[in-house]
Ligand binder design. Structure first.
Ligand code: AMP
Ligand code: MG
Length: 487
């Protein structure tokens, strides 16, 4: 297998990482390989057998040109600042340039301890690895910006968590692993020079057009804020709950990063939280926009030395950018919701309609994903799906009437509108009960349910009769779903 690595970080960013060596897995075995992604990235598989892929993508053998290293970073975890985190269970194999010219990091996650592991073992268990693979690929299929998954390899070793689990390594692909916490690390330990270097590197790598800005660091802050608002609006639109929105898990590229205890909401409840470690609901569904505001304020703080160095007066501009986040987010989120509801051009009457939807969904415990598909069915003259989601025929009737009235402002044929809605509202998401069943089977050695679920969530929009069960909400009497970190 050939990655044709083209590494840039280690040469220009000395001091921002530590060299790393992967642990030797005792019996690597390929669990999954993303051939479509490999092709898009220009990664040449050639005649490599699954066995050989397993060797390269577990850390047993180093592919040609790899230069493994672990990044340093800090971060606010549940609001508390930790000045020393860093990749404790991940190592960058190297960077590649895909056929379109875009640069990507290829990282192994769960490949053993690094200089930043503190007391951790540097390993990952098979369940969280396969969860990240599945959910990140589902997100990509829904066009939510995200890191991707190239492979999952069982190591043949046991990993000790609350009990022992089979170990595994995930090959993660990201447009970079530069986090808000990366900036925080250098702001906290070294000050302006290092922040400027990292900012310049980030601009060259992700946003070269900003080099010409009067204050490129301020322009970077503006861009990162915009991307985070867009990302979280997409999360809200698909009912995704990240679960650990610590600043070390926020990628400045605007990609969803670090899938841990994440999950999708079933029945709508704004305070939904699945993570067992989030007792206070800091990262609940409805809090994700506020947390983004908070995280971007921390990012602005880390960027201030660089912004100030170019022009001290721009510190006020940075503050204004942060203060504007709630309004900026809301505008993007309203667009997201308009598309989901089949509303066309913005109109003042659609804001109260959108705002009042969530109380209705919560009151009637409506399955969030199915609801938007049911609205499209209604446009096709079929009210059965909606009725099945609601407790009685009158539930939500006034809201539905109001929605219908809003639609009539624009002369778009109902069928055309229904198709447009179905193209943005997924029918198949990684539903918690399905993910759980697939992971339990995989841990017991049966990959078939996981492989089938992956195929379903990679095709989220077009209904298929044989996949009917995958669109069903969890049984009403299912236990409350809990997710655990321990990737
Ligand atoms: P996370 O909550 O997954 O974002 O991880 C927070 C920090 O802990 C990151 O620096 C991780 O690299 C590190 N970490 C998490 N699990 C482990 C582990 N098993 N071994 C070493 N470091 C870990
Ligand atoms: Mg993390």
């Amino acid at each position: 297998m050939d990655f044709a690595f083209s590494n840039s970080f280690h040469a220009s960013m000395e001091g921002f990482y530590a060299p790393a060596v992967a642990a030797r897995p005792s019996a690597p075995a390929l669990l999954a390989f993303n051939h479509a992604l490999a092709k898009r990235l220009g990664v040449v598989v050639g005649k490599a057998t699954d066995q050989l892929l397993g060797h390269f993508l577990s850390g047993l053998e180093l592919p040609e040109g790899a230069n493994p290293l672990a990044f340093a970073y800090a971060g606010h975890q549940f609001g508390q600042f930790s000045s020393q985190l860093g990749d404790g269970r991940a190592l960058l194999l190297g960077e590649i340039i895909a056929p379109g010219g875009a640069r990507f990091d290829i990282q192994l996650k769960g490949s053993g301890p690094t200089a930043f592991s503190r007391n951790g073992d540097g390993k990952a268990a098979i369940g969280p690895v396969l969860r990240e693979y599945l959910v990140s690929e589902a997100m990509a299929a829904m066009e939510v910006p995200t890191t991707r998954s190239l492979a999952a390899v069982a190591t043949g070793d046991q990993v000790q968590r609350e009990r022992t689990h089979p170990g595994a390594v995930l090959t993660r692909v990201a447009s970079s692993h530069i986090r808000v916490g990366t900036f925080q690390f250098f702001a906290a330990h070294f000050g302006a020079d290092h922040v400027i270097r990292l900012s310049n590197y980030t601009i060259r790598r992700h946003f070269p057009e900003l080099v010409e800005a009067a204050n490129p660091h301020l322009a970077l802050l503006d861009r990162v804020i915009g991307l985070q608002c867009e990302l979280v609006a997409r999360w809200m639109g698909v009912g995704f709950i990240h679960g650990v929105m610590n600043t070390d898990n926020v990628a400045v590229s605007g990609e969803t990063l670090d899938y841990g205890p994440c999950a999708f909401m079933d029945r709508f409840a704004v305070n939904t939280v699945f993570s067992s470690i989030d007792a206070n609901g800091r990262y609940a569904y409805g809090r994700q926009p506020q947390i983004t505001h908070w995280n971007m304020a921390r990012y602005a703080e880390a960027m201030l030395p660089a912004i100030h160095a170019v022009n001290p007066a721009d510190v006020d501009a940075a503050k204004a950018l942060v203060d504007a986040i709630p309004a900026r987010f809301r505008a993007i989120w309203l667009d997201e919701m308009r598309a989901k509801l089949g509303l066309g051009q913005p109109h003042k009457a659609d804001e109260p309609l959108i705002d009042s939807l969530f109380g209705e969904l919560e009151q009637h415990a409506v399955d969030f994903t199915s609801f938007f598909r049911a609205l499209a069915q209604l446009l096709r003259g079929d009210g059965d799906m909606l009725q099945a989601l609601l407790p009685d025929a009158e539930a939500m009737a006034p809201w539905i009437a109001d929605w219908w009235a809003q639609l009539e402002r624009e002369a778009i044929a109902p069928l055309e509108r229904a198709d447009a809605m179905d193209a943005v509202n997924p029918l198949y998401i990684p539903r918690n009960h399905l993910v759980e069943a697939a992971l339990v089977a995989a841990e017991a050695g049966d990959m078939a349910p996981w492989t089938e679920l992956l195929q379903v969530v990679q095709n989220p929009y077009v209904e298929r009769a044989e996949w009917a069960a995958f669109a069903q909400p969890a049984p009403v009497d299912a236990d409350p779903y809990k997710t655990f970190c321990g990737t």
